[in-house]
Design a binder for this molecule. Structure first.
Ligand code: URA
Length: 210
């Protein structure tokens, strides 16, 4: 994957995203759509996973058949909204290892502060996919990727549902080596850091907390 940003313009992705943006969509519907879109985005972000071969016997004859190479992928959820994207990826790649990064924003410094970090072992030998539905200011995403790199990860991809131009620029500046895959590059963020036109607070919409 050579491009820093990939916008997946598949009609199914775009159709489901419209349903998710609609404020009339229920919590249950939002969660289901997020899982479905995530599967389609995950298909794209894993496109270049390396393959090797293994010898199998079909009912007809022996063959050298392709199989994923290397250590199991590490999927890392950026809490809390990232959790809504775990199931979609895990349905495609059930053997993936799963980690979590929790960050909050210090009200005085406005800098992200870590409150939780748990990652699978051997990150340096794994493809790491960090998931967070909303790449808005990019501050927490860049900080989460900092933590993953400190833990040894060197092959990281970032999977989100919506990205803002500001968030993409922030990630490109901080982590030009981390490709981003998203369903849409939206127009801008507002003064409160919400994406426009966006879909509101992804965590609240998937967990029904508002
Ligand atoms: N996080 C959200 O949940 N929504 C936004 O619009 C921006 C960040």
């Amino acid at each position: 994957m050579t491009d820093h940003l990939t916008v997946v313009d598949h009609p199914l992705v775009q159709h489901k995203l419209t349903l998710m943006r609609d404020k009339g969509t229920s919590t249950a519907g939002f969660r289901r759509l997020l899982r479905e879109i995530t599967q389609l985005l995950a298909y794209e972000i894993t496109r270049e996973m390396p393959l090797t071969t293994t010898t199998i016997e079909t009912p007809m004859e022996e063959m050298e058949a392709p199989i994923l190479a290397g250590k199991k992928l590490a999927l890392v959820s950026i809490l809390r909204a990232g959790n809504g994207m775990l199931d979609g990826v895990l349905e495609l790649i059930p053997s993936a290892r799963v980690g979590f990064v929790g960050l909050y924003r210090d009200e005085e410094t406005l800098e992200p502060v870590q409150y939780y970090f748990k990652a699978p072992e051997g990150l340096k030998d794994r493809l790491v996919i960090a998931v967070d539905p909303m790449l808005a200011t990019g501050n927490s995403s860049a900080a989460a990727v900092d933590l993953l790199k400190e833990a040894g990860a060197n092959n990281i991809r970032f999977l989100c549902l919506l990205a803002s131009p500001e968030g993409v620029a922030r990630m490109k500046e901080a982590h030009p080596d981390v490709p981003i895959v998203t369903a849409s590059l939206d127009r801008e963020i507002n003064a409160k850091g919400y994406i426009l036109p966006g879909l509101g607070d992804a965590g609240d919409r998937m967990f029904g907390t508002k």
